[in-house]
Design a protein around this ligand. Structure first.
Ligand code: GLA
Length: 383
């Protein structure tokens, strides 16, 4: 964790003013992958890796954005921009532009950013940045939104400004998470249920070090393939605008009219919704065995039917299977690399992390990063 005092004085030194500081956490998804944009279910938790955004007003109308991670500062002389420039500043500027579009009069400001959320690892570094920026800019104009509404605005920044067609999960959990809880989110109406993560369970996040990117080609391709399957079902049965509304029976009935790949993508999405709701039930009942079984089936489905995994992530999941303390393991996030989530008995967590790291390094020749995490609270101002 970054020392907030150091961050504060860094901002003060660079921009000559005391900043207000906001925190946006990254997240790990326990189950429910590629279901959010099909208006289905996801069950993420926020984690103790986060982005800090420090903001102070300026009188010259300019917007200056500095990232300590990038070691770079950009100054926008004419304030809020309307178009992306294919640069990391697109995320904070996108959020600012969306808020301006909502009618907020945005003055000039200086923004400093620092993050320990690993980039392109499926832990939502983008959402953490968007959410921390949104709270920072809103504090400047003296406005606020309920969490679900602000999550939608941050998602729009990513969809419309950055140009990546992600769903609502990441922004929602970063804003609305509760410490020591996972959150079952209905991505249709944004209603949610909190499920406590028992004290004896640790979240062990294992980074394959294979970079993943939502903006890259595979994510939108999978999205298109699953939506094509939905269109086939909708052509036969009214009331199926999203795969959320389809059943496995629909799929069997009309699957022969789909491209084979589309059929498989839809099979994953439809069954994943069922698994996600069941996983929340299992967690609420303390049935860890059932939760682990559902996570294993979810990984199989994500890897084989959705083809959203990669050799390294499959290896990380396989290598975890017979380690002491494992409850369940699967690839988390947008796919094609990134991290696996391992639910592990707390007493075994340290040994598990060490053994998994050693096994993975030996198998793949890649040194992974393994973190024993806990479920954190949502975005907030740092006092
Ligand atoms: C990324 C996107 C989310 C979601 C996941 C896959 O994290 O940002 O909206 O679609 O991938 O579950």
């Amino acid at each position: 964790m970054h020392d907030a005092k150091v961050f504060r004085s860094m901002h003060k030194e660079r921009f000559g003013a005391e900043p207000a500081i906001f925190v946006g956490p990254g997240r790990v998804n326990l189950i429910g992958e590629h279901t959010d944009y099909a208006e289905g279910f996801v069950m993420p938790a926020a984690i103790n890796f986060s982005t800090l955004a420090g903001i102070s007003p300026r009188t010259d109308g300019k917007i200056a954005i500095y990232s300590e991670n990038q070691g770079e500062e950009r100054v926008f002389d004419d304030g809020v921009q309307v178009k992306r420039i294919q640069h990391w500043t697109d995320y904070p500027m996108g959020v600012t532009a969306i808020l301006a579009g909502e009618g907020h009069k945005i003055p000039g400001f200086s923004l400093s950013i620092w993050s320990d959320v690993p980039l392109s690892s499926g832990l939502s570094s983008s959402a953490a940045l968007e959410v921390a920026t949104a709270l920072a800019v809103l504090s400047l104009v003296g406005a606020g939104y309920p969490g679900p509404k602000l999550a939608r605005l941050c998602q729009r920044a990513e969809n419309e400004f950055v140009g990546s067609n992600c769903g609502i999960m990441d922004q929602f959990i970063s804003l609305n998470a509760q410490k020591d809880h996972a959150l079952l989110l209905d991505c249709r109406d944004l209603s949610f249920k909190l499920a406590p993560i028992p004290d004896h369970v640790a979240l062990v996040i294992a980074n394959t070090m294979v970079k993943h990117s939502v903006a890259g080609g595979d994510y939108p391709t999978r999205r298109r393939e699953s939506e094509a399957a939905c269109a086939v079902i909708a052509s036969h049965r009214a009331g199926v605008p999203f795969l959320r509304d389809a059943t496995l029976e629909d799929l069997e009935k009309w699957g022969s009219e789909m491209e084979p790949k589309s059929y498989l993508r839809a099979k994953h999405v439809i069954s994943e919704d069922l698994r996600t709701v069941a996983a929340c039930e299992a967690l609420l009942k303390g049935n860890m065995k059932e939760l682990g079984r559902l996570m294993a089936e979810a990984h199989r489905s994500y890897s084989q039917d959705f083809e959203g995994s990669c050799v390294e992530a499959d290896a990380m999941v396989a290598l975890a299977q017979d380690l002491p303390g494992l409850i369940g393991a699967r690839l988390t996030g947008g796919g094609f690399g990134g991290c696996t989530i391992n639910l592990v008995e707390q007493t075994e967590a340290t040994g598990f992390a060490k053994a998994l790291g050693a096994r993975y390094a030996e198998k793949t020749g890649i040194a992974p990063q393994i973190h024993v995490c806990h479920a954190s609270g949502g975005a907030h101002r740092l006092e």
